[in-house]
Design a protein around this ligand. Structure first.
Ligand SMILES: [Zn+2]
Length: 392
């Protein structure tokens, strides 16, 4: 006769029990990510992006979300999904994008594959895995609560990688109705830090018009736009203030027609990054006030700051604090980072809505051939997101 051992389930703290739920669902999360990566979705291919978003909309509808497309002409349609909640509080906005930087056909040379605990593929980190985390966090909350504990709005846009021109107004209007914005862009570094500050981004173009002449016969009559541009570039570089987080990069230059012609035209494109919103007006004024060194050359400056910085406001700090407490319950110490790159979180933070970014997967190589995520990190990212949806 065998002795019966009564089963004593180990009593888990709530955070740990939830983490275990996502550990048990890890394969399903990976499967969702794989399916999303297999829908290639370059920003400039409306047809492909729309196919990807149709799939995503079905996945959300299967969870009971009310999915609605916002039609875009030049880009894929943007997808908004509403979930009602047990309470009447303002919704939390879960923000992301399903466009990628990879042209159609990239999968042939960069297939979605598992190896060494990593999942590789175009857009796997930035940010197909972020979309999968949203889907599975919502499913987890529904499993525990029946319905979501509070209203949730999901917005996935199709043009983030190309500046979000067509989606910006929609992002801002939904953010204004939300109590907080959680952005599922990739986390930062191997520890998966969330992002509590992002630089603002601007782009300017400087066009120089000089006077053309034959470099042998009429050298003195020529006014070189290339020489003028060179001097302007040096002046622009002097505006950099690394300590202040203010940088200008002349990333593109163009000029001249032939080697034996004094150049009549030259131009430069300048990438501007600002850590503080109050630097936007100053740098704009300085660039527009550039004067030609050679008075016979003309300058034309166009452009502006198109993403405000995401500053670490008290609202952002409070969100990070909340996330740290949830992470601690899950048995891990969450860190934060300030980064130079912009995202749609810049728009929502710019409106003063508490925003936490970098809640997506842990990995490396965004926009590069080795882009990957660390699959063992997926359960706690999903658990962190679920905890935040519940409590912010
Ligand atoms: Zn992204």
């Amino acid at each position: 006769m065998t002795k019966k051992h009564p089963q004593h389930p180990v009593k888990l703290r709530p955070g740990q029990a939830r983490l275990q739920y996502f550990v048990q669902h890890r394969e399903q999360i990976i499967d969702t990510i794989r399916r999303l990566v297999d829908f290639e979705s370059p920003s400039d291919n409306k047809h492909a992006v729309d196919r990807c978003s149709a799939f995503v909309a079905e996945e959300f509808a299967a969870l009971g979300g009310r999915a609605e497309f916002h039609r875009a002409v030049d880009f894929g349609n943007h997808l908004q999904v509403e979930f009602p909640g047990e309470t009447q509080q303002k919704p939390v906005l879960l923000l992301g994008h399903y466009d990628t930087v990879y042209p159609l056909g990239t999968l042939a040379s960069m297939p979605c594959r598992l190896g060494n605990g990593r999942l590789y593929g175009p857009g796997v980190l930035d940010m197909k895995s972020g979309i999968a985390l949203i889907l599975h966090a919502i499913r987890g909350l529904q499993t525990w609560h029946g319905q979501l504990p509070r209203p949730v709005t999901v917005l996935l846009v199709s043009d983030e990688e190309v500046g979000s021109e067509s989606s910006r107004a929609l992002t801002e209007s939904l953010a204004k109705q939300a109590s907080a914005v959680l952005v599922l862009e990739p986390s930062y570094g191997p520890k998966g830090s969330v992002k509590t500050a992002r630089k603002g981004v601007g782009e300017y173009s400087l066009k120089v018009t000089g006077v053309a002449s034959h470099s042998g016969l009429d050298f003195e009559k020529g006014q070189s736009a290339i020489l003028e541009l060179s001097q302007q570039i040096l002046a622009i570089c002097k505006m950099v203030n690394v300590k202040r987080g203010l940088t200008l990069n002349v990333g593109l230059i163009q000029g001249g027609t032939r080697v034996n012609v004094v150049a009549a035209a030259a131009s430069a494109t300048i990438d501007v990054r600002i850590a503080r919103m109050k630097d936007a007006a100053g740098i704009d004024k300085q660039l527009r006030a550039l004067k030609p060194f050679n008075r016979r050359c003309k300058l034309e400056v166009t452009g502006g700051i198109n993403r405000p910085p995401m500053e670490r406001t008290p609202g952002v700090a409070a969100l990070f604090n909340r996330a740290s407490i949830i992470a601690k319950e899950l048995g891990w110490k969450l860190s934060e980072a300030a980064v130079g790159g912009g995202s749609d979180g810049n728009f929502t933070a710019g409106l003063g809505i508490p925003t936490l970014d970098g809640l997506g997967a842990v990995g490396d190589g965004a926009h590069a051939a080795h882009e990957f995520i660390v699959v063992s990190e997926l359960p706690r990212r999903a658990a962190l997101l679920a905890g935040l949806i519940e409590s912010v």
